[in-house]
Structures are given as structure tokens and as C-alpha cells.
Write a protein that binds this ligand. Structure first.
Ligand code: ADP
Ligand code: MG
Length: 248
């Protein structure tokens, strides 16, 4: 496939840690506007793949391109964030001693490089931006609560909101529903589907009910390569996927 009309293009990517090949000749393509779910056993290389995309880890070999022409292997983490790739790690890293609103406001300010002294100057635009994000992440009713008082699931949504404040083109989300209640998990699938209406998204997740709710193409990684790819029904009936992952 030509990389030129892709949003994310990885080809022949490998990386070793102390002689262990965590990523092994990996090829992966995401179309503009697509949401993709990544599954696979622990140690398959899912997080390392995100580390490579975001510049945290340099591949030993292979091509990594964003928007068909930006060679991500020549950029560092800060550059890659500026290019429009936002990442949510597994554990929420919200500012616990700040309110929900201030967490979003700080992320908006950080994204635009506004000086802290100017940042308090409330403008209608800033208020609208905060309100839109709070509505989206289902936390409007908690805007004055301290982040410390949110449930685990709500903290994950707040962090997704902080990511949205940076206005990324592509969101990478690593195991968002781990530790969530069933109701929060279902709500998170709805949230990500809404976000995917105007963003591209790669979401790593083990919860197969959640992956089904996302309703998108699935890639199963194993030993640093793609084992199977396609609809969830296709991938989950693949004998190799059953052997290494689903049938554990
Ligand atoms: P997954 O997210 O699919 O569970 P990871 O990408 O975290 O898997 O890990 C893939 C493999 O690479 C694991 O065996 C892990 O121990 C190893 N690994 C990942 N990052 C590092 C690192 N920075 N140093 C050494 N080994 C690592
Ligand atoms: Mg991982």
C-alpha cells in the first residue's frame, strides 16, 4: 500500500531491548479519520508500538510516517505532540489538587502556550472551549470538584478531555477501560465513538466487550508483529488469535 494517502504508516519496524525483539518487522496502516482497536496478549508490543509512534522509543529499523510524508523517526516526543499526535497512558495523570475545570483550562493554556498570568483572563472563547470539552467527557456537573474526588473512570475521561484540549489529529489511547465499572466502560465506548467522528484514534484494549462496542477494525499483535487484522468477528474466529490470546 502506498503510504501517501495514510494518516499513520509503519513498515518493517523492529526494535530490540537487550537482544529481545519487542517489535518485529511490524507493518501497520491507519487511514485518515479511522479508529482502530489493537488487541493482543501481554508483552505483544502494543505499548512499545505507541512508544515508537510518539518518539519515546526509536526503532532499530523500519519506516514510521505521519500524514504520508512526515518521517516520525526524525522527530522527538515534543515535536510529535506538536505535529498533532496526542497520547493517553494507562494510568490517569490528572492534577488531583485542581478542579475538573482547571485541569481542562490548564491543558488548553498549555496547548496554546499562553502565559500563566494572562491565562486567568476569561474570554468567551476559552469558556466555550472548556464547556464543549466538559460536555463531551460527561463531567459538566463536576466542573468545580477536585479531580482527586473523581472515580477512576471519571479521571480517565478527564485525561481524555485534557488530550482533546490539545486538539490532536490522532489520539493514541492505551487500555482506557482497565479498572472501570461496566457502566463506565460502556460510556467510554460511546465517548470514543463520538471523538472518532472528528479525530483518528488508535485504542489498545483487552476488554473484548468494549472492543465490540467500538465497532471498528481490529489488529491483533503477537510477538511484535501483526497476527491477524480485520473485523472483530474475523479476528476473533482466527485460530491463531484463539491460541495465543482469546483461548488463554
Ligand atoms: P504490551 O503493551 O503489548 O503488553 P509492551 O509493548 O509493553 O507489551 O512490551 C513488549 C515487550 O517489550 C515486553 O516483553 C516488555 O518487557 C519489553 N519492553 C518494553 N519496553 C521495554 C524497555 N524500555 N526496556 C526493556 N524491555 C522493554
Ligand atoms: Mg501495554
Amino acid at each position: 500500500m502506498s503510504r501517501h494517502d495514510t494518516l499513520l504508516y509503519l513498515d518493517g519496524v523492529s526494535v530490540s531491548f537487550d537482544g529481545f525483539r519487542a517489535i518485529n518487522n511490524l507493518s501497520f496502516v491507519l487511514a485518515e479519520g479511522e479508529m482502530r482497536a489493537i488487541i493482543g496478549p501481554n508483552g505483544a508490543g502494543k505499548t512499545t508500538m505507541m512508544d515508537i509512534i510518539t518518539g519515546k522509543t526509536r526503532p532499530d529499523e523500519g519506516e514510521v510516517y505521519f500524514k504520508g510524508k512526515i518521517d516520525l523517526t526524525t522527530h522527538d516526543e515534543a515535536d510529535i505532540a506538536m505535529l498533532g499526535i496526542g497520547r493517553k497512558f494507562q494510568k490517569p495523570t490528572v492534577f488531583e489538587s485542581h478542579t475538573v475545570e482547571d485541569n481542562i483550562a490548564l491543558a488548553l493554556a498549555g496547548a496554546r502556550g499562553v502565559l500563566p498570568t494572562l491565562f486567568r483572563a476569561a474570554t468567551q472563547k476559552r469558556e466555550n472551549g472548556i464547556k464543549a470539552i466538559l460536555d463531551k467527557i460527561r463531567l459538566s456537573h463536576l466542573r468545580d470538584s477536585l479531580a482527586a474526588n473523581l472515580s477512576h473512570g471519571q479521571k480517565q475521561w478527564l485525561e481524555i478531555g485534557m488530550l482533546l484540549a490539545q486538539d490532536p489529529k490522532l489520539l493514541l489511547v492505551d487500555e482506557p477501560v482497565a479498572g472501570m465499572t461496566d457502566a463506565e466502560t460502556e460510556e467510554t465506548a460511546r465517548l470514543l465513538r463520538e471523538i472518532a467522528e472528528d479525530h483518528s484514534v488508535v485504542v489498545v484494549e483487552h476488554d473484548m466487550g468494549f472492543v465490540r462496542d467500538l465497532g471498528v477494525k481490529v489488529t491483533c499483535l503477537h510477538e511484535g508483529s501483526v497476527l491477524s487484522e480485520g473485523s472483530l468477528d474475523h479476528v476473533s474466529s482466527d485460530q491463531r488469535v484463539i491460541e495465543v490470546y482469546l483461548g488463554r
